[in-house]
Ligand binder design. Structure first.
Ligand code: SF4
Length: 357
């Protein structure tokens, strides 16, 4: 079975930039980016990230705002904050040299069992098996295991099995082969079992259980939120607000002024809101833009109003005034850039010229 996976990998693996290196720093960055991001989307981010921060010291020295701005659009921003904090740990504890043992790597901020095993096996060929979503799926089907993969028992069982199957001589290769096999062949929906090299030893195929595996026990509870955003601008300037460090989502990032309520505000409600008393005369575009934005545990119903005011000074203590050209320096959630890119910036005159965004 081991030979089949690695042979298959040699012939079918995708050429990806992080597979060209044994640098633990680059492998770590790629693993963190790919945790909740598809390969095709993550590739550009990876290349830009390692170009701007080519080693752990350059990442440690950057400001959090700059790291978040590089991460903008990838979501799950705690990943970027943890990368930054871990880079500082490597500098403080290991003198800027990426640690070489599993225990030291696992001790870094934001690095769990999976990432520590991936970095150590791929960079140093240490014998630690990875168990990610692909591995859970492949193993549950190959051995027809019905233990829920999100249960404590399931996690133990699959980790133990993956470790027993690991090719200790070629741990990095074996791990990458198994994950790639899950990503390309034994996919969640409609796996190509007819042409699968594992078909003859796959218990799920034999028992016709493929569509039922892997088993999950919990359904994620989704909370619904209602965000009314105020896109307040004057000439070439726009008002932003920083989200506080206490927020559950997008902490320390920037957004447009927000009114959170149990519903989306109408233009009449908005005009009587205290926030709009400050700038005096306001010109409110009464037709808002609505979006639904889905995060892992949140459904955000968002509404954006464009509001032009005569000058920004009267309202500047309510946030940060940015010129439109400097907006890209602020880490903004994807929800905000979607609105700005499609419904605001293309229609705004910048410095007397219509800018083509
Ligand atoms: Fe996955 Fe189907 Fe291959 Fe079994 S036969 S390992 S279910 S692709």
């Amino acid at each position: 079975m081991r030979t089949s996976w690695t042979e298959w990998y040699g012939q079918n693996r995708r050429d990806l930039p992080w597979r060209e290196t044994k640098d633990p720093y680059c492998i770590w960055i790629s693993e963190v980016i790919l945790q909740q991001t598809r390969v095709i989307q993550g590739m550009d981010y990876y290349l830009r990230f390692v170009e701007r921060f080519p080693d752990v010291c350059s990442l440690a020295e950057a400001s959090e705002q700059e790291v978040l701005a590089m991460w903008q659009g990838l979501g799950y921003y705690s990943r970027a904050r943890n990368l930054h904090a871990a880079a500082k740990q490597v500098v403080a504890i290991h003198g800027g040299v990426f640690p070489t043992t599993y225990a030291e790597v696992r001790a870094l901020k934001g690095i769990g069992d999976y990432t520590a095993a991936a970095v150590c096996s791929i960079a140093y060929n240490l014998p630690h098996a990875v168990v990610d979503g692909n591995v859970y799926r492949v193993l549950s089907r190959l051995f027809a295991i019905e233990t829920p993969i999100d249960s404590t028992q399931g996690k133990k069982e699959f980790q133990k099995m993956a470790q027993e199957l690991l090719d200790h001589e070629n741990a990095g290769l074996h791990n990458q082969a198994l994950m790639e096999f899950g990503a390309l062949v034994c996919v969640p929906v409609n796996p190509d079992c007819q042409h699968c090299i594992m078909q003859h030893q796959c218990r799920a195929f034999e028992l016709q259980l493929v569509t039922q595996l892997p088993v999950k026990s919990k359904k994620t509870a989704v909370k619904e939120l209602f965000y009314t955003y105020l896109c307040i601008y004057s000439g070439n300037s726009i008002l932003l607000q920083a989200r506080s460090a206490d927020n559950n989502i997008w902490k320390n990032m920037y957004e447009l002024p927000l009114i959170e309520a149990d519903h989306l505000l109408s233009s009449e409600e908005l005009l009587s809101h205290s926030f709009l008393k400050k700038p005096g005369k306001v010109t409110l575009n009464p037709t808002p833009v609505d979006y639904t934005h889905i995060l892992s545990h949140r459904k955000i119903n968002a509404r954006f109003y464009k509001i032009e005011i005569p000058e920004m000074e009267s309202i500047s203590d309510s946030g940060v005034v940015s010129s439109l050209e400097r907006l890209s320096e602020y880490p903004l959630p994807r929800l905000i850039t979607r609105f700005l890119d499609h419904h605001f910036l293309p229609f705004i005159q910048i410095s007397g010229n219509k800018k083509n965004w």
